[in-house]
Design a protein around this ligand. Sequence first.
Ligand SMILES: *Cc1c(COP(=O)(O)O)cnc(C)c1O
Length: 355
Amino acid sequence: MKHNFGAGPGILPHEVLKQAAASVVDLNGIGLSILEISHRSVEFEAILDEAIKLVKELLNVPEGYSVLFLQGGASTQFALAPYNLLPEGGKAAYLETGVWANKALKEAKFFGETMVVATSKESNFNYIPKDYVIPTDAAYFHTTSNNTIYGTQLHEFPKSPIPVVCDMSSDIFSRTINVADFGLIYAGAQKNMGPAGTTLVIIKDDLLGKTGRKIPAMFNYQTQIEGGSMYNTPPCFAIYVSMLTLKWLKSKGGVPAIEKENDTKAAILYSEIERNPLFKTVCAKEDRSKMNVCFVTENPEHEKPFLKLCDEKGIVGIKGHRSVGGFRASIYNALPITSVHVLIEAMQEFAEKNK
Ligand SMILES: *Cc1c(COP(=O)(O)O)cnc(C)c1O
């Protein structure tokens, strides 16, 4: 078994993979594969219902919100959020905390006026801007809860006078959130919820239908709500594996239990990086991500040999994003703490060898 620190598609629980593999051949003993049943079958409808129920339960989704499983990834939501929420002639506000936030901002420009409330671009996004004022005349305030590439995270969400839209692709289900603080939450499944191919959307119903614009059916949240995520054929397998992953999370004690584990995993890894003379972190301490731990070697010449050592130890997916360099250990929900221990031991061994 490898120690999978990849940033996405990321690690899934081993028991989920085993069950998913069995269901590709025969789903629950019905003599048919999950890949070949109708999305209108009782079996699939039960899977989708269960997936939605688990999302509502695990995140305590209040009344007045709809839960959707869509396609197109988080990147499609960059456009669908303004398409559905930004009125003709209106304005949208963005917090620019990285490449993903910037891509979301670019898409909003197709639909109306945008403003960047604050940015950390000048320092390659290694911190989260804090002292800013959210305009009251914008339709929404867009944030990215965890910046997968840079290893920063919003540990506190701003109190906002306008609805908050949040891209939670890389930390959904990793920590307790208050859904009522958000107007729209979206997340591509492949970081912390399931395989690539489906995107979770949680939308506050009463924000819809106010743009004055006609929206094609597939891009219209209202159509998707009315169709129960089945306006067209949904990504059945991705939803199925997401459902299994959420069930696994529930069996572990849900979000509060995994949050505790995630806190421990992040704390021991950051503490080794701080202690180890060969490595250093790259982000402002108070904004460090508990999902994507970015770090570099003090000596650039140590980078390749450390990667080689990782490879020998079965540690994979740890090379940093090209725009940051160095290393990025993604420690998503499904990554066992034992894998973090293996990485820490590799760092210690490396320091010992390079004294
Ligand atoms: C990976 C990622 C995306 C892009 O997701 P796709 O599903 O590939 O479109 C967007 N936002 C964040 C924060 C991400 O980590």
